[in-house]
Design a protein around this ligand. Structure first.
Ligand code: GDG
Length: 464
């Protein structure tokens, strides 16, 4: 079996006592095949020669590198978080089209390629993750790398008309086409990719996910990411989770807890969610005093302007709803701007009657799956899920909503709060079965098996 090399912007900490499902699955694949994990250490340097750091943990080598300060600013803070993230999430209004960012993006991809290449062995398989490193395969190939290289995009692939708002859309697509395999989260992402290749790049799409354009060819398929369903479910039985659950049940004896867990990101639809909850209380007064929204908004990317704005907006909305509807012994919304432990989150999920996962746009959304995995199978809560999350393609038995439609979302929360037990049981059983079958280990194995498959294109090689 070939050695596996994973490259991602950040490298998971092997000493983390409760890592997320993705870190667990990748770590497991690395342990199985032996391997190397390469990424940014999180440190910036003013020196011209970024230092690397190497750590061995069981059979896995972790190599991290610093970034030069100006490269970090234009790559991570600039092109990644101020251009690619908003554009790929259909938020052209929040993108900063700064011509200087692109050079930094390329420099970091070149630096990663230069530092990684000498560490590679002949039979290695390289798996690159996410939008920070779209250009890595092209940079590695330019240096003579011949190993198989796959890429997985964790965020949505936008419709061509939106993608083309990026001045560098052609260069980005050419970089993607340099990979042996490109993995996307959903079938819709795949349709967007295909439509760009065929309609904009005048390329070809063939059955089996084969694409040809720009004199290059690649395979592109959807690989919906899953969670470690079993591990998340077992977190609900830890003493920390049981304590959270007991506290919540004491406080919400009618079990009318409505829960949201998100990074405080503008893609997650938090203001719209608070407005929908407000509309619920205004038009369905029977839920006043009984339904409480607990919203965890964990801090993220706080140096980016759009993130500071979403935080301020959310605080204003939560203050207003509590002021207008709250009573001395009941607050409609509890908003917590902190990072909680995973066991704490699992306990909260278990105690909740309704999980609100209503992003405006999301590659997949793992919280939707974690919520289902944590439910009591004999008395499960109901998942309200945005149609615009990749997870909606798999989780049909959730109550699907358009999060921009505040009125209908409020009515759907009402429907969820009133759903009879037999319907909840039926929906939950189906959701759980799919989440367990298509978990993060399934995702990881499927991607690596596809990457290992020899590529037979069913079309003549491109003219060079
Ligand atoms: C990207 C894509 C795609 C949240 N708050 C806390 C906390 N979390 C955990 C959740 C979940 C994870 O963070 C968030 O995952 P999501 O999938 O919801 O969203 P992104 O961070 O935007 O992830 C997304 C994902 O990549 C994987 O491909 O699904 O579409 O945007 O696991 O539980 N964890 C802890 N404390 C918190 O306060 N410990």
């Amino acid at each position: 079996m070939s050695r596996l090399v994973i490259v991602s912007n950040r490298v998971a900490d092997p000493h983390d006592t409760a890592p997320g499902g993705l870190a667990v699955a990748l770590e497991e694949a690395l342990q199985r095949q032996g391997g190397l994990w390469f990424g940014w250490s999180g440190a910036v340097t003013d020196s011209d020669t970024p230092q690397m750091h190497c750590e061995q943990w069981h059979d896995v080598t972790r190599v991290t590198t610093e970034l030069r300060r100006q490269d970090h600013d234009s790559h991570y803070a600039g092109y990644c978080n101020n251009m690619l993230w908003p554009v790929f999430h259909n938020r052209l209004d929040l993108a900063a089209f700064d011509a200087g960012y692109w050079d930094g993006y390329r420099r970091v991809n070149q630096q990663f390629a230069r530092q990684l290449l000498p560490l590679l062995q002949e039979d290695d398989v390289v798996w690159v993750h996410d939008y920070h490193l779209i250009g890595l395969a092209a940079e590695l190939r330019a240096l003579g790398c011949r190993q198989r290289i796959g890429f997985f995009l964790h965020i949505p692939f936008p419709p061509p008309v939106i993608f083309m708002a990026l001045p560098q859309h052609e260069a980005l697509m050419q970089s993607l086409m340099t990979y042996d395999l490109v993995g996307l989260q959903s079938k819709q992402d795949l349709r967007h990719f295909s439509s760009y290749v065929v309609d904009q790049a005048r390329g070809q799409a063939r059955p089996g996910g084969h694409f040809q354009a720009f004199g290059k060819r690649t395979r592109c398929e959807s690989f919906p990411i899953g969670i470690d369903a079993q591990a998340f479910a077992s977190l609900t039985t830890t003493s920390e989770a049981l304590q959270v659950h007991a506290t919540m049940q004491r406080e919400y004896s009618q079990r009318r807890l409505v829960l949201g867990i998100d990074r405080l990101d503008y893609s997650k639809g938090l203001p719209e969610r608070i407005c929908a909850f407000r509309d619920l209380l205004a038009r369905h007064p029977q839920h006043r005093r009984s339904a409480t929204l607990v919203q965890i908004g964990s801090p993220t990317r706080e140096s980016v302007q759009a993130y500071a704005e979403i935080r301020a907006r959310l605080e204003t909305l939560c203050g207003a709803i509590n002021g207008d509807f709250g009573e001395l012994d009941w607050m409609p919304v509890r908003y917590i701007h902190q990072v909680l432990t995973r066991a704490h989150l699992a306990g909260l999920c278990r105690a909740a009657a309704v999980g609100l996962v209503t992003p405006l746009r999301d590659g997949m959304n793992l919280v939707a799956k974690e919520f289902v995995a944590a439910q009591d199978p004999d008395d499960p809560g109901v998942l309200v899920l945005s149609r615009f999350a990749g997870a909606a393609e798999q989780l049909h038995e959730a109550l699907l909503v358009n999060p921009y439609d505040i009125h209908t979302t409020a009515n759907t929360i009402d429907q969820a709060l009133q759903m009879p037990l037999d319907e909840r049981l039926d929906r939950h059983r189906r959701l759980l079965a799919r989440i367990q079958a298509q978990d993060v280990h399934w995702w990881c194995k499927r991607f690596l098996a596809a990457l290992a498959r020899p590529t037979t294109f069913g079309m003549p090689p491109p003219a060079r």
